[in-house]
Design a protein around this ligand. Structure first.
Ligand SMILES: [Zn+2]
Length: 435
């Protein structure tokens, strides 16, 4: 263990932030740091959003509603073994559904000291589609720039385009290349996910990460209850994974931080007891587990009621067999996110909000039409949008407020026209034919 720690320290000194991914199964910190660099204030926005989501969730803690999240899996493969079987994908879905319903076989292994704070998130995942894409590309973490392999999320760059990220949880599975230093393998990114940010809380003009980058990326060797593969997560030894990288990353996707919060030390050496995960019922932790299951671990000794680290939490980096629980505050947060920033996944978006107005499958019906057109598929109250009718030359003909979803086109000559819908920053252009 000591040897590992020394090695860890040295590597962190060499690579700073980039190596955050080295002994960690996911790139959450990296994703947040990258966004903070690009858009100063992002971390604060995420924190505020999380706080709000947690408050939402807390208010609904007693709700008995089981939230069902539709999942689209993208298998982006180069070598045949990366083209995972449907059986393995189903096994992964089972693990997710067990962990998010507290039906995991090891749920009863939670230590007595935490029994009162753990629970059933009542979130289920429904696989709606597996999209397979053969690629010639490789996917890796750029240790120089810290860039994550988001190219897997775009067909233009050898990946697979995500399906409507507001309504589906997209999970991309690919071979994430090991992190190397010359010929030496020094680490492995197992997966990553961006935290949610409520669109209305974002700094003005910020539209990134693009909606297309929402979702979870996982290495193919992390998939399934008993992966047929092994992977070296940066330990210097190959281990078999059991599908909990997905549980962990979906936790991030639904707003959870690591139990030690955001690592404030760029070199990852010092403990970060000052950083918190925003959860009252996860004991303060200052350092991650290193794929072990140390029930004596106590990285932050603070005050008289000090508690041991909760290494059985899915949001630690303990061994996957060691992980078995989400806490009630974490559950409130995740449910709050589904009721807030990611409401589109479970059909809960506030009907009076102007956000998401145009993101559903809006269509003009009938089309062609001679008298009036109806706008169908809007997921918001109709008086939150404006419409403008253009002719085929781009000239504005008339406009109005969406006080009704029907627009009279009786007076138009026969021809092709365009209907532009505007709501907040969103615009949508739809062609129609008057005949
Ligand atoms: Zn993580």
């Amino acid at each position: 263990m000591l040897k590992t720690k020394i090695l860890l320290g040295l590597l962190f000194i060499l690579f700073g932030h980039c190596m955050l991914a080295q002994h960690q199964p996911c790139g959450y910190d990296l994703a947040v740091d990258q966004m903070e660099q690009k858009y100063p204030g992002y971390k604060q926005v995420v924190q505020q959003t999380m706080k709000k989501a947690k408050q939402n969730g807390a208010a609904n803690r007693n709700s008995n509603m089981v939230y069902k999240v539709p999942v689209v899996i993208h298998i982006v493969w180069k070598n045949e073994e990366e083209n995972l079987s449907e059986e393995l994908i189903n096994s992964q879905m089972e693990v997710l559904n067990e962990d998010f319903r507290r039906l995991n076989p090891n749920a009863n292994e939670v230590r007595e000291i935490f029994e009162d704070v753990v629970g059933d998130p009542m979130i289920e995942f429904e696989l709606v589609e597996i999209i397979r894409t053969q690629t010639g590309n490789e996917f890796s973490l750029d240790i120089i720039t810290g860039a994550l392999p988001d190219i897997v999320k775009s067909s233009a760059s050898g990946g697979s385009d995500g399906r409507d990220p507001e309504r589906f949880l997209n999970i991309w599975i690919c071979n994430i290349q090991p992190i190397t230093l010359g010929t030496l393998t020094v680490g492995q990114l197992l997966g990553y996910a961006y935290p949610p940010a409520g669109l209305d809380h974002w700094p003005a003009g910020v539209n990134a990460p693009s909606p297309e980058t929402e979702g979870v990326v996982l290495d193919y060797r992390t998939i399934g209850r008993n992966s047929p593969f092994t992977i070296d997560p940066g330990l210097g030894q190959e281990i078999q994974m059991h599908g909990r990288s997905a549980t962990h990353e979906v936790g991030h996707y639904l707003g959870l931080m690591h139990i030690w919060g955001i690592n404030e030390d760029p070199f990852g050496i010092q403990d970060s007891c000052n950083s918190d995960d925003g959860m009252d019922d996860t004991p303060n932790a200052g350092a991650q587990s290193i794929f072990d299951c140390d029930h004596t671990k106590n990285s932050c000794i603070i005050g008289t009621n000090d508690q041991l680290d909760m290494v059985e939490n899915y949001m630690d980096y303990s061994n996957e067999a060691c992980q078995n629980s989400f806490t009630m505050d974490q559950i409130a947060m995740m449910r709050g996110v589904l009721e807030g920033p990611r409401c589109g996944l479970v059909g809960l978006c506030d009907p009076t909000s102007s956000v998401n107005l145009l993101t559903s499958n809006v269509e003009i019906f009938p089309n062609p039409s001679s008298n009036q057109i109806n706008i169908i598929g809007l997921n918001s109250s109709s008086d939150n949008f404006q419409y403008i009718i253009y002719n085929n030359f781009g000239q504005e003909l008339f406009s109005g407020k969406g006080s009704s979803n029907s627009i009279d086109i009786n007076h138009l000559n026969d021809g092709i026209y365009y209907l532009k819908l505007v709501s907040g920053n969103e615009e949508l252009n739809l062609p129609f034919i008057k005949n």
